[in-house]
Design a protein around this ligand. Sequence first.
Ligand code: NDP
Length: 322
Amino acid sequence: MKAILVEKLGGPEVLQLAELPKPAPKAGEVLVRVRAIGLNFADILAVRGEYLAPTRLPYIPGMEFSGIVEELGEGVEGVQPGQLVAALGGSGAFAEYTAVPARAVLPVPSNLNAYEAAALPVSFYTAFFALHTLGQAKVGESVLIQAAGGALGTASVQVAKAMGLQVIATASRKEKLELARSLGADQAFLSSDPTLESKVRQVTGKGVDLLMELVGGEGFAQSLRMLAPRGRLLVIGSASQQQATLRPVELMKKNLSVIGVWLAPFLADREAMLEATQFLTPLLATGHVKPVVGRVFPLEEAAQAFQYVLQRASTGKVVLEP
Ligand code: NDP
């Protein structure tokens, strides 16, 4: 089978197309013929060896995908060969076939196509855990969502609206703001707007209750300033790849909380995953929320797809197709 193999850490240039044996499902695993792969910022960091989890070489990147169930390993129940599924795992999706533990397989509402299914797991489950489980968002509260035209951003805008929040979107370009507005954002401002802080104060009266920090770096201090008293800053990403500094005493003035968010530990928490699935599935099935698929690249062009995200040119989820 065709796959992208990484044998040394680095930038997009280390992604090599390779011919590898098709995997066989072990007990408890499902073999899937991959239809579409969601590209995540985390894939770019993992290939560089800069992700939260260490990268063990050689490896096939790719943590989320959709595909057709081909074969079941011993003891697997609840999935049928021929079924379209989505899956959320650690790695191995940049390939024509991949075998994943059955618990990594997620249901796909029948109104989603294979691209949309591939764009679903990481962004929508992260949005739910960030806003609901960790952020404890309440109806009527406000949230500022950074990089709102991106993959996690477009999912978060929709999930936040479904939770009854006032959504303020920020992004680097006007087209991304338009996209966020079309998904329900109440206000949308350029992240570079020198009057951003006063605009946020103006539309909320006191600052935002929640802020999804996806960019990090120099903007981190500004994020803290934009919070309302008792506001919660959700630290989800650092796409700027810059370090940020935090003086803990600064948090005391407004009783602020800073909360780290990482999807990976939730994958082993059956109850939390079930709660997220029960929240998301009806919204997806009725079209109230929908994964936004941006550009689709052939798997062979994975390096170009990485560049496209790094250039901040992408909107929604960039998808690879084997
Ligand atoms: P996106 O599709 O959102 O792409 C990244 C976006 O980050 C860009 O579109 C851009 O938006 C913004 N950005 C700001 N500075 C840079 C930069 N220097 N280089 C590239 N992009 C930049 O990607 P994802 O949805 O995959 O991820 C978004 C963020 O969320 C990442 O930081 C990622 O690591 C994090 N994440 C964290 C998860 C978790 O479990 N904690 C799960 C999923 C994602 P703009 O141009 O509008 O600034």
